[in-house]
Design a binder for this molecule. Structure first.
Ligand SMILES: [Zn+2]
Length: 194
């Protein structure tokens, strides 16, 4: 699986692809669709071949244009632990006058324990696990080869005191799953134990 970073601003957005693009992990703030499209084009990724979108969590710099991408044909994967996060983001978007809130009725609704089987249908070998700490709705995509997309899960030493135990548990879970290399929402990809 090839990992292409199509991020902009201070954030990383990743396309997983082999012959075809398989999955987009995270997308940017409201109003940034042209920047995403430009970066896809620059990397020779045709939007039509990206069929699914996963948000590691529903903050505006990770899911702000999710609804616009749905309108362009992508299917949004929403985990059971993320539904309230979607509602919270929608409140935020409404308060800030952004056009499209994220509809909750037309997504791929997944339970965490069904994620492996669903990803297999996309040609992605891995699973999605809950990694709360940065937010309650944070999930990590873990590939079988030890690569993980961790969103904004902070390095253990950087967690606020209130979240530190939850963050540490999330990292423990990822280590137990054999994660060795992480692709975070911000900053460079790196080995887990650096
Ligand atoms: Zn965040």
């Amino acid at each position: 699986m090839n990992i292409v970073n199509v991020g902009y601003g201070s954030a990383n957005y990743y396309v997983l692809r082999d012959d075809d693009a398989r999955l987009l992990v995270d997308v940017g703030m409201p109003g940034t669709l042209p920047r995403l499209l430009a970066n896809l084009r620059r990397n020779d990724v045709a939007l039509e071949t990206v069929r699914h979108l996963l948000a590691t969590h529903y903050h505006p710099d990770h899911a702000g244009i999710a609804q616009e991408l749905k309108q362009r044909g992508l299917r949004l994967i929403v985990l059971d632990v993320q539904r309230s996060g979607v509602a919270t983001l929608n409140d935020f978007l409404k308060r800030h006058g952004a056009s499209a809130g994220i509809a909750l009725h037309d997504n791929v609704d997944l339970r965490l324990d069904g994620s492996r089987a669903f990803l297999a249908t996309l040609g992605v070998a891995g699973e999605i696990v809950a990694t709360p700490g940065h937010s309650d709705d944070s999930v990590t995509l873990v590939l079988n080869d030890g690569v993980a997309f961790t969103g904004d899960l902070p390095p253990a030493g950087f967690a606020a005191e209130k979240q530190a135990a939850t963050v540490a548990q999330s990292w423990t879970r990822l280590r137990a799953l054999g994660v060795r290399h992480i692709y975070p929402g911000h900053g460079p990809a790196r080995p887990l134990d650096d």
